[in-house]
Design a protein around this ligand. Structure first.
Ligand code: PLP
Length: 386
């Protein structure tokens, strides 16, 4: 039997490869990610949406735990660190990264045909999971010409009596836009009046340039907050995230989902997260100062060059500049030259279902000198094509 034959199921009425309940497909941001194309091909990596990765040896850890299953909700001390100072550890469910938390939320609450309102552009899972489930997604668009600001009137217009979920991400990926606490409270009023749930992806919360907003889930049982250790702490490799809700029925439902998919998290990952969060204050202030230094590098480059314009980010470690209207060049060729000649990578617009005249620049991951060199390579690639 030739199992390699792509037409193997073609003649059969029963095609075991038909879509399941969820129609998974790979997205460009995953296919073209540095992990996929190989870090050795990249000299200046401006694609990342995080801060420099921590090294295991930086942590000075002697791991002395039994390699057992752990508490299905997550280790109690870890949940306490995640919840404090304003929330209740019983509202915390630890998950393998924010991505798993988002998946648990979407698959626990949504089914085909459900109406959802999703911020667009967005981190891919927030768009793709409701789409894969077959939801009716209405997109709340962030527009450059409106400084990527949240349009509350438009949101109100999109929410209908049968809306199940409103899904927002702040600080926003890929633009770095923020909302104020009063805007957040206005959104909460809207979801409470339907009623439906607000999912707030707060993965970049610690990287807000001003004071971070309160954990959104602490403001209403209609709000679900998601975050992780990946971005603000430079620990994407330990796969620790969490979902927070004050709604006890939802907590049970999310726990049931986690138990079906993962049972529990890795005991080693939880231990590392616990140790890092025990020094959260120092770590976050170091990270904020690194982001601030690097942001000044981007700002200087943006103001010095005549080809790009951008909306200044207010949080996170990414921004979404675009080519100015008068710049006429072959955009596809620009990315080829940037990648192949200058071994420099950014996130092209299509990663976010945007035009490729937009790009996401991740300025938190490289050291300042690498960031400057990468930005100079963008300059050289443009000059070569004009
Ligand atoms: C907004 C946002 N949410 C969630 C994630 C997933 O992060 P994690 O590594 O914690 O799964 C990302 C990753 O890029 C992100 O940008």
């Amino acid at each position: 039997m030739n199992t390699m034959n792509p037409g193997f199921f073609g003649s059969s009425n029963q095609n075991p490869l038909r879509d399941g309940i969820i129609s998974y497909r790979r997205t460009p941001i995953e296919i073209e990610s540095p992990e996929n194309i190989g870090y050795d091909r990249i000299r200046f990596n401006l694609t990342e949406s995080s801060v420099p990765d921590m090294e295991f040896t930086d942590l000075g850890l002697q791991i002395d735990r039994a390699l057992s299953y752990t508490d299905h909700r997550g280790a109690p001390l870890l949940r306490q660190y995640i919840a404090e100072p304003h929330f209740d550890p019983r509202c915390v469910l630890v998950t393998p990264g924010a991505a798993a938390a988002l998946f648990i939320v979407a698959t626990s609450l949504l089914t085909a045909g459900d109406h959802v309102v999703v911020l667009h552009p967005n981190y891919v899972t927030n768009i793709e999971t409701p789409r894969a489930i077959g939801c009716r997604s209405d997109y709340l668009r962030l527009r450059f010409d409106q400084k990527f600001a949240l349009d509350l009137e438009e949101l109100e217009h999109l929410i209908t009596p049968d809306t199940r979920l409103v899904s927002l991400t702040y600080p926003h990926n890929p633009t770095g836009a923020m909302i104020t606490e009063s805007e957040l409270k206005a959104v909460i009023d809207m979801v409470e009046s339907v009623p439906c749930y607000l999912l707030l992806d707060e993965t970049y919360r610690e990287m807000t340039f001003e004071e971070p907003l309160p954990i959104a889930a602490s403001l209403s049982p209609h709000v679900i907050s998601v975050s992780s250790m990946s971005k603000s702490y430079g620990l994407p490799g330990i796969r620790i995230g969490w979902v927070l809700t004050a709604d006890s029925e939802l907590q049970e439902r999310f726990l049931a989902a986690k138990e079906q998919i993962f049972i529990c998290n890795s005991v080693i990952d939880e231990y590392i997260a616990e140790k890092v969060l025990s020094e959260k204050g120092n770590i976050v202030s170091g990270i904020r100062s690194h982001i601030d230094t690097n942001f000044q590098v981007v700002r200087k480059w943006m103001h010095a060059n005549p080809w790009f314009e951008f909306v200044e980010p207010q949080g996170g470690c990414v921004c979404s500049p675009r080519f100015r209207e008068h710049v006429s060049l072959d955009v596809k060729r620009f990315y080829t030259v940037l990648n192949e000649t200058y071994e420099t990578y950014v996130g092209p617009g299509h990663w976010f279902e945007m035009d490729d005249r937009y790009m996401r620049i991740g300025y938190g991951w490289p050291q300042s000198t690498e960031l400057s060199s990468g930005l100079s390579c963008i300059t050289k690639a443009v000059e070569e094509l004009l």
